[in-house]
Design a protein around this ligand. Structure first.
Ligand SMILES: *Cc1c(COP(=O)(O)O)cnc(C)c1O
Length: 370
């Protein structure tokens, strides 16, 4: 895991929107990469707005960030959890009239003003006040009593598709709501939204994926630096004869004499089963195919074309690297880079380098590392 690349990606995204403050989505353990080291590095780069999904993620992260950094919990307070938000110094995103009421009650009970972000739905129909809830807000001067509104936010549904008309429609809805509601800062853009231009930037940016090296714009070259090198170890190799089969379901049948390497990672580690007979690994600069089904803890590579000494037991193969980016793996698996990264399992040994271009795997009994 190259924290230096994450830092560079953060600076690049900030430079795209000089009028806004760049925050960071570090939910889902910073997309599987490790929320604590990632957020600590970003705090050093000047990031002050961190977004997690769950209360528990915020509680776990809070002690590792400076007091000047704020943690926003995207799911908001579920009923009965308000006191925990206050106790841990976390700021909820209020997504519904019920969440606003719960936060207002907490402020009244504690007899103090409580900070919050309010999310409005601009068309995605996921989280945020609906148009009728916004009308109720406009009709009720006490709607935010006791609440210190930090900013208004909304979320884009199709931002990675630059020519999707949904982007302009959501922008127009968000701007119309802002005109009606109390004047305050605003947050609209995720990673891809930053690349839609200044009209989408507002005051606080919320990138996640692009910080971690995922391409932000469909169909365009990826301007982000690669962050993740995923490596796994060879357990054993064998030579099989024409007609022999490999793996569950015996779905691969050797067309000729082949050398097969069994690698110690599988779908339990997030190397998706849909990569069976589709994905690749790199050994040095050579690309070798996955043959047969990916199983829970192993996969098989056809290494016939490689020198046998390059795939001895314990040798490392690259599954994600600059030469085989996460988006390419995702396309082969029929998914998106987000799902590949957030699926990376707990059995991986996570190594962090800060600035150096190559991740060196630690030589331990573990069979893989990132
Ligand atoms: C996950 C998330 C983000 C970050 O999105 P990316 O596409 O990863 O940049 C921003 N805002 C909200 C509300 C999110 O749920």
């Amino acid at each position: 895991m190259d924290l230096g690349a994450i830092r560079a990606n953060y600076r690049f995204l900030q430079s795209k929107a000089p009028g806004a403050r760049c925050g960071a989505a570090v939910k889902a353990d910073a997309y599987g990469l490790g929320a604590i080291p990632v957020a600590a590095a970003l705090a050093e780069e000047g990031c002050r707005h961190f977004f997690v999904a769950h209360l528990d993620e915020g509680i776990a992260l809070r002690p590792h960030l400076p007091a000047s950094a704020e943690i926003f919990v995207l799911h908001g307070p579920l009923p009965g959890t308000e006191a925990e938000f206050v106790a841990h110094g976390l700021i909820p995103v209020l997504n519904s009239a019920e969440q606003v009421a719960g936060w207002r009650d907490a402020a009244r009970v504690l007899a103090r003003r409580l900070p919050a972000v309010v999310q409005v739905d601009s068309g995605m129909s996921r989280l945020g006040l609906s148009p009728s809830e916004v009308d109720a807000w406009l009709a009720d001067p006490g709607f935010l009593r006791g609440i210190d509104l930090r900013f208004l936010m909304s979320h884009l549904a199709c931002a990675e598709q630059q020519d999707n008309p949904m982007n302009a429609a959501q922008l127009e809805t968000f701007q119309a709501l802002r005109r009606k509601l109390p004047q305050c800062p605003a947050s609209f853009a995720n990673s891809s939204g930053i690349f839609l231009g200044p009209a989408f930037h507002f005051d606080i940016l919320r990138p996640g994926a692009a910080l971690y090296g995922i391409a932000p714009v469909d169909g365009a070259p990826n301007p982000m630096r690669p962050v993740v090198t995923l490596q796994a170890k060879v357990i054993q190799t064998r030579v099989i004869e024409r007609g022999d089969v490999v793996g569950y379901g015996a779905s691969y049948r050797a067309p000729s004499r082949r050398r097969i390497a069994t690698i110690g990672t599988g779908y339990a580690d997030g190397w998706l089963r849909s990569l069976s007979a589709r994905g690749f690994a790199r050994v040095g600069s050579a690309r070798v195919p996955i043959v047969g089904k990916v199983s829970m803890d192993t996969l098989a590579l056809d290494v016939t074309d490689l020198a046998p000494e390059s795939v001895l037991p314990g040798a490392l193969v690259d599954l994600i690297s600059a030469a085989q980016p996460v988006d390419e793996v995702a396309a082969l698996a029929g998914t998106i880079g987000y799902e590949i990264l957030t699926s990376l399992g707990a059995r991986y040994h996570r190594d962090y380098v800060d600035g150096a271009p190559v991740v060196q795997a630690r030589q331990e009994s573990t069979e893989f590392s990132i």
